[in-house]
Design a protein around this ligand. Structure first.
Ligand code: COA
Length: 490
């Protein structure tokens, strides 16, 4: 059977294009260029058929040696997918899914690759003892380009089978498949921050929970030129994907494909559920009447008490839209506080209010975790803060990203990146290496600085980056105009 090649221009063994001074927008694979067939899909999600792909042979053999079967779940096998979804829900300690939940899960997982580990000796052998899912996506980089990424989710192992290396077998298989498919990075969000560092992942975009004391929130920011409208969330189905796509492109750390996300955000999974009926939406149209953003929110309150307005998804394609939506939220009457989760750690809101202390940050979470697989592609796609030459010596126990890389950034902030081959000893290249200062780091640290979430010098203070004479330059180069942010869980 053929192996998985979703980003064919970048598959292992393929001739790499010569490094460009300003990297071109790399061609996307045919699979990634397919049109979006459903108006319900999130920001360009793409159907892809991975059902015929074999599971990773190494992990299959390792699990078979423990009496376990490692299998791909065919999304058209309804009973098999429902059993897998039961295990996934159980693994995260969720309620047993209702028929409507299962219906939603079937739609999500029809657009992902779904794998399970099965124990034929268990009491319920049709229900997997471990689950994992994945799909190809784009990850927004500083400067507005997108890099080919492999999103991983649904990692669960039944308590009866924990700590036997099942998660390790599945995650390492995903990383090998991601490399095979041509992804430059793997990405995930985590339940616990102690699990994925060992596989080379690192927090790369934090998320803040921002709370606004409504009584102190007096707007002093500029008026947006357009206007806001209260709308039925369902009316956003058509406009939302385009807005989300633009909002994602302007924010490093956002991913551009998450099947069926829109239904969740708009409260359409089970429209009769209490959560869905509580969901309200505000839309912002610019001065030309073009929709530029929306936010969905819920208000809960005790009888005769001001309510709490909570939101976890705002899509703003322009700064005007972002300001107007924040203003609409903090000016809702009969509200004690506004609570936004998965917000940027550099939210401009305090600068828009008379009393900046009306805004407090309740929590800052590591949120997006990144694992670099191909440093040339990952580093070459982003824009840098200043011009300069930097050598990065990357250590990677799994081997995918190990090597020495030369980063040459021009005045426009664009980079030329090249791997320095061990055998390379041309006088010009060694002269160039000597000229360039360097840093030494592990692959998790490379993921941590990639989107600008943490300064290299902060990691050096933590003893996690070795300075070979270029820390100050590295700080300036990796600095970004906008803090990275991921505004969804996956
Ligand atoms: C997290 C989980 C998938 C781990 O599965 P597992 O099969 O027990 O993990 P493994 O046996 O493959 O362990 C691999 C390594 O990770 C470590 N590890 C596993 N789970 C860990 C945890 N929760 N915290 C810290 N370390 C953990 C193991 O000690 C082992 O370390 P080592 O190889 O360096 O000695 C499982 O505990 C689980 O399902 N948890 C609940 C759901 C969840 O949180 N999933 C993660 C979603 S992001």
């Amino acid at each position: 059977m053929t192996r998985l090649i979703l980003f064919p221009h970048r598959r292992r063994g393929a001739r790499r294009p010569p490094p460009a001074r300003c990297p071109r927008r790399r061609p996307r694979s045919q699979l990634l260029r397919r049109p979006v067939p459903s108006r319900h899909r999130y920001a360009g999600s793409v159907p892809f058929d991975l059902r015929n792909q074999p599971v990773d042979r190494r992990s299959e053999a390792a699990l078979a040696a423990r009496g376990l079967g490692y299998r791909s779940v065919d999304p058209s096998d309804r009973a098999g997918l429902d059993a897998w979804a039961q295990a996934d829900q159980r693994g995260f300690h969720h309620l047993r899914p209702t028929e409507s939940d299962l219906e939603h899960e079937r739609r999500i997982f029809a657009e992902r690759r779904v794998h399970g580990v099965y124990d034929p000796t268990g009491a319920e052998p049709a229900i997997p003892v471990a689950t994992i899912s994945s799909w190809p996506t784009g990850l927004s980089m500083p400067g507005g380009r997108s890099v080919d990424a492999w999103a991983i989710s649904s990692v669960t192992v039944a308590p009866t089978h924990r700590r036997r290396g099942i998660a390790r077998a599945m995650v390492e298989a995903e990383l090998r498949d991601a490399v095979e498919a041509g992804a430059a990075v793997a990405v995930l969000t985590v339940s616990e921050a102690t699990i994925y560092g060992r596989f080379g992942f690192s927090p790369a975009a934090r998320a803040a929970t921002v709370v606004v004391d409504r009584r102190r929130a007096v707007w002093k920011g500029p008026d947006a030129p357009g206007r806001t409208h209260l709308v039925d969330p369902r009316s956003l189905r058509d406009a939302a994907p385009q807005i989300i796509r633009r909002a994602v492109a302007r924010t490093p750390g956002e991913i551009d494909r998450w099947p069926v996300l829109l239904d969740r955000v708009l409260g359409l999974i089970d429209p009769e559920s209490e959560g869905a009926r509580r969901t309200r939406a505000i839309r912002y149209d610019d001065q030309h009447g073009e929709t530029q953003g929306f936010v969905t929110y819920r208000i809960t309150r005790e009888p005769d008490r001001p309510g709490v307005l909570e939101f976890d998804f705002m899509a703003a394609a322009t700064d005007d839209a972002e300001r107007a939506l924040w203003r609409a939220l903090v000016e809702v009457d009969f509200i004690g506080s506004v609570r936004g989760t998965l917000r940027s750690v550099e939210e401009p809101l305090p600068w828009l209010l008379e009393d900046p202390r009306a805004v407090s940050v309740e929590e800052v979470l590591d949120h997006l975790w990144v694992r670099v697989l191909d440093p040339v592609a990952a580093l070459g796609t982003r824009r840098y803060g200043v011009a300069g030459s930097l050598t990065l010596e990357v250590d990677d126990p799994l081997g995918h990203a190990a090597g020495t890389f030369e980063l040459e950034v021009s005045n426009g902030g664009r980079a030329e990146v090249r791997r320095v081959e061990a055998s390379e000893a041309s006088p010009s290249s060694s002269r160039r290496s000597r000229r360039a200062g360097g840093i030494r780091l592990g692959v998790p640290e490379l993921g941590a600085i990639l989107l600008g979430d943490v300064r290299p010098s902060t990691l050096a203070r933590a003893g996690r980056i070795g300075d070979a004479g270029a820390l100050e330059l590295a700080d300036a180069m990796f600095a970004t105009r906008k803090a990275p942010q991921l505004s969804i869980w996956f």
